[in-house]
Ligand binder design. Structure first.
Ligand code: SF4
Ligand code: SF4
Length: 164
């Protein structure tokens, strides 16, 4: 008698895989070795699945736009953000982050964002890739935006000739 489980099993044999083949199409002998080869340009990553809109991945931080108000630290439930008194900036420990995006919502300068990056596996939780210090400047400078562009001064009119 063909059971439901057997029918499901048979169906799986002829279905496309539900998971993304990552990081390469065929199971590598060593994932670390494969990632090294990718770094050296000797292998290519199988692109990960597209992330849906609103996905909350690794944090992006516009250090230049940050005013050091520490609101993000106050709301972070994971104690993943640390204040740096010199320069009044913050840093993010991704190994502690729970990707709730509360820091994004509270930041008055909108200088924290969640990116699409979800590949963060690391053997060192305090490694360079696991701490976000500065992701470049992405916040628009409102003062510059508000400043009206300078108009070129009109060309002087030619003198009016007197009638003969
Ligand atoms: S996303 Fe949430 S857990 Fe991560 S740093 Fe921001 S507030 Fe903390
Ligand atoms: S809330 Fe925004 S501006 Fe304030 S310290 Fe955090 S990142 Fe900087």
């Amino acid at each position: 008698m063909v059971t439901h489980a057997f029918y499901e099993l048979l169906k799986q044999f002829f279905s496309d895989p539900a998971t993304n083949l990552f990081p390469v199409k065929n199971h590598p002998g060593s994932v670390h070795g494969t990632l090294k080869k990718v770094e050296q340009g000797k292998a290519k990553l199988n692109p990960p699945v597209e992330v849906p809109p609103g996905f909350r991945g690794k944090i992006l931080y516009d250090r230049e736009a940050c005013i050091g108000c520490q609101m993000c630290i106050k709301v972070c439930p994971s104690m993943a953000i640390e204040f740096i008194p010199e320069g009044r900036k913050v840093k993010f420990y991704m190994a502690r982050c729970t990707f709730c995006a509360l820091c994004n919502d509270i930041c008055p300068k909108k200088c924290i964002r969640m990116s699409d990056t979800f590949i963060m596996a690391n053997t060192d939780k305090y490694g360079k890739d696991m701490i976000v210090l500065d992701s470049g400047h992405f916040v628009k400078d409102e003062k510059k935006e508000e400043k009206a562009p300078e108009r070129p001064s009109p060309a002087p009119k030619p003198p009016v000739k007197a009638a003969a």
